[in-house]
Design a protein around this ligand. Structure first.
Ligand code: ADP
Ligand code: MG
Length: 357
């Protein structure tokens, strides 16, 4: 097992002007960790992964596998197993031939190759499928062949680029559990790329949230969910309300903000929040952390329901509070609640958090 480190890594593509596809990225991935690059389409996830695999070289910066500098090494000198979104399988070859492809290149042959192919197919629960043709397999099975092909070379790191995006929702959830099991059993340092925040949250030890080529935050799913660094992260991971509120007082780790005329809250803030009295703070609060009460109760924000949607697990409300729309998710809905009703919202200070713009 080895860790992977990116130090100030940037990538500029020729002819793409001044904008960097990946811009000064620092990431340190622990040995055996399941680490995810998460962000919207075009934010630089694939480019980052391809630099780790060796398909692209960085314009500047360094990449290390353990103590070894691999920045300028070709892919076949890095021992990485790669799984692509479209699987990139050879349709005219058998399952065993596909899985064995990397062994052939590495000149592993005969009984040795056969036993390693069988072992890899066993790992992905496809024992006995070696002689099938690729076009005789379901999408989920093809995905597992792609995984077996990456594992058969006994890689030092496993790199996966949106491997589940061609599967339907149910299979996607089953397969993500499966990938995690295989990764854990093999103790493989794994770097996973996705734009799906639920997938990232469910699978990862840690996540790097990317936007416009930059890493905005690195942390465990819990840290990123409860302490988002920026407005973008707060809104991209789950759903979040971000309120602009006047600052009444501030110290190193908290900020007192005015919530309404006679109501204030003291809210935890990240260090270097840079806020002072009379500035405007951005405060995030999750829809499920807002409570409901009567509109005229003290300390409550009064508003009017403009939308109400029942999802089974919860009811999602949109509430207009003096022109600002807040999302509220609640499991317990008062009887007869309807669009147009006045309602009170409780925003507990402990659930509020200062974010950067
Ligand atoms: P993601 O995987 O997060 O969707 P990519 O890493 O594929 O994002 O792309 C990041 C940015 O780099 C995008 O603006 C994309 O258009 C650009 N880009 C990616 N590959 C190339 C390339 N080979 N040549 C020029 N621009 C590229
Ligand atoms: Mg991509």
């Amino acid at each position: 097992m080895i860790g992977v480190t990116l130090e100030s890594v940037s990538k500029r593509f020729a002819g793409a002007g001044d904008t960097a596809a990946v811009d000064d990225v620092d990431i340190s991935i622990d040995a055996g960790e399941f680490f995810t690059l998460l962000g919207p389409s075009g934010c630089g996830k694939t480019t980052t992964l391809r630099m780790i695999a060796g398909f692209y070289f960085p314009t500047s910066g360094r990449i290390r596998f353990g103590g070894e500098d691999v920045t300028r090494k070709p892919p076949n000198k890095r021992d990485t197993g790669m799984v692509f979104q479209n699987y990139a399988l050879f349709p005219h070859l058998s399952v065993a031939q596909n899985v064995g492809y990397g062994l052939k290149i590495r000149k592993v042959r005969g009984a040795d190759a056969r036993s390693r192919i069988a072992e890899a197919l066993d790992q992905v629960h496809l024992a006995g499928y070696g002689d099938r043709r690729i076009d005789q397999l379901s999408g989920g099975q093809q995905q597992r062949v792609a995984l077996a092909r990456a594992l058969v070379i006994r890689p030092r790191t496993l790199l996966l680029d949106e491997p589940l995006s061609n599967l339907d929702a149910k299979l996607r959830e089953e397969t993500r559990t499966e990938i995690r099991r295989i990764q854990r059993d093999a103790g493989l340092t794994s770097i996973y790329v996705t734009h799906d925040q639920a997938e990232a949250m469910a699978m990862s030890d840690r996540i790097a949230v990317m936007e416009s080529g930059r890493v905005r935050q690195i942390g465990t799913p819990q840290e990123i969910y409860h302490r988002p660094a920026t407005t973008f992260v707060a809104r991209f991971i789950g759903r979040s309300n971000v309120l602009s509120l006047p600052v009444l007082a501030a110290d190193a780790i908290s900020v007192e903000v005015r919530l309404a005329d006679d109501t204030s809250r003291t809210v935890a803030a990240p260090r270097e929040h840079g806020l002072t009295e009379s500035a405007t703070a951005l405060i995030s609060i999750r829809p499920e952390h807002i409570g409901l009460c009567g509109p005229d109760e003290p300390e409550a924000l009064a508003g009017r329901i403009t939308d109400l949607e029942f999802t089974g697990m919860a009811t999602n409300l949109t509430v207009d509070v003096s022109g600002q729309e807040l999302m509220v998710a609640t499991v317990e809905v008062p009887d007869g609640l309807a669009v147009g009703d006045r309602i009170g919202l409780r925003l507990p200070a402990a659930r509020m958090w200062v974010v950067h713009p």
